[in-house]
Design a protein around this ligand. Structure first.
Ligand SMILES: O=C(O)c1cccc(C(=O)CC[C@H]2O[C@@H](n3cnc4c(=O)[nH]cnc43)[C@H](O)[C@@H]2O)c1
Length: 230
């Protein structure tokens, strides 16, 4: 369990903590900053879209000489509607690269099965649980579960079904979480993923995306995160 009590033993994020938040695009970064309202324990940086850029930029940030306490991947996401409808929040239990592997005549084989590493990176369980409880206590609708990372956002019902079968119980899909998690894991830093649901995972319908609502939910979640008793 990650120790996040303050120097005098009080609960909450210690004043000296340094929390690195990686957001793909400026609108997500700005939403996080609005919720954080100048909290100097947090730094929000852009990681670009997709797991490769996210991993590279997070690794660069972690190698920059600061002693980071926690790494957070944050942004909007597609939600699996029966578990995380549009407007809700998803807290990752694990970030899973659902398309990392090889296709064979018999079907998809993950890197795990190939023996080439892991496509599943667990979040810090105690921090994720504390955040989930705090969000729900504050009246925000949040669920926890595996969050899919994909280099290609799902755009059809069949891809949604395939990925859901690979990641049973998946609550959401983003494009950066696993990449940020790889860098955090390599640097031996605790990691969590926080997503606000802007659209349903499934057939692409850009007009139905509720980006403004999701960004508002993301801001609200960061206002809670900075006060959470971790
Ligand atoms: O157009 C805008 O105003 C705008 C504002 C903020 C963010 C965006 C994005 O398009 C962000 C892309 C980002 O969102 C994640 N995302 C959202 N939905 C999905 C999805 O269904 N499957 C996978 N990823 C999704 C993803 O992490 C992208 O980086 C636009």
């Amino acid at each position: 369990m990650t120790e996040m009590t303050g120097t005098r033993g009080e609960p909450g994020i210690p004043p000296e903590a340094r929390i690195l938040v990686m957001a793909a695009v400026e609108a997500e970064r700005d939403a996080a900053l609005r919720g954080l309202d100048g909290d100097s324990r947090f730094e929000v940086r852009l990681c670009g879209v997709g797991p490769a850029s996210a991993a590279a930029r997070t690794a660069a940030a972690l190698a920059g000489g600061e002693d980071w306490t926690l790494v957070v991947s944050a942004g909007i996401a597609g939600g699996y509607p029966e578990r995380a409808p549009v407007g809700t929040l998803a807290v990752g239990a694990a970030s899973i690269a659902a398309d990392l592997g090889v296709e064979t005549a018999e079907g998809f084989v993950s890197v795990d099965e190939l023996g080439f590493g892991t496509s599943v990176l667990a979040a810090d369980a105690s921090l994720a649980e504390a955040l989930l409880q705090a969000l729900n206590k504050a009246g925000l609708v949040a669920v926890a579960g595996p969050i899919v990372t994909a280099s290609t956002a799902t755009g059809t019902a069949s891809t949604a079904a395939v990925r859901e079968a690979r990641v049973p119980g998946a609550v959401a899909e983003g494009m950066e979480g696993y990449g940020v998690a790889v860098a955090a894991s390599d640097a031996d830093k605790p990691f969590i993923e926080l997503r606000a649901i802007s659209n349903a995972v499934g057939p692409r319908d850009r007009d139905a995306w509720r980006i403004g609502d999701a960004l508002a939910a993301l801001s609200a979640a960061f206002a809670i995160l900075k006060e959470v008793e971790l």
